[in-house]
Design a protein around this ligand. Structure first.
Ligand SMILES: [Zn+2]
Ligand SMILES: [Zn+2]
Length: 93
């Protein structure tokens, strides 16, 4: 776990946080609807976590997830319901 920045807000609780190196930075969004030979890869934004949540993630107390619904596109705990009702998908391999 490498801390690469500061002065941001935790993605989970909104407290002051630091930028965390993601386990992976891209997710597959499926095939390009206009050209099935191409798949669409989305690059995830930076993740900020407070000290508590960064430590919990480092200890494996939860798995980082991402909801790729257009309304959400945000980080959360894998398996928990996101704002649109779909559970966050785990970012770990
Ligand atoms: Zn937090
Ligand atoms: Zn969602």
């Amino acid at each position: 776990m490498t801390i690469v920045g500061h002065d941001a807000n935790c993605a989970l609780c909104g407290a002051a946080g630091t930028t965390i190196e993601l386990p992976r930075r891209t997710i597959a969004r499926g095939l390009d609807p206009e050209d099935a030979a191409f798949s669409i890869i989305a690059v995830l934004p930076d993740l900020e976590l407070c000290d508590l949540h960064a430590e919990e993630l480092g200890h494996g107390e939860f798995v980082l997830g991402w909801c790729d619904d257009e309304q959400c596109r945000c980080f959360g705990r894998s398996g928990e319901a996101s704002g649109c009702g779909t559970p966050y998908k785990a970012l770990k391999h």
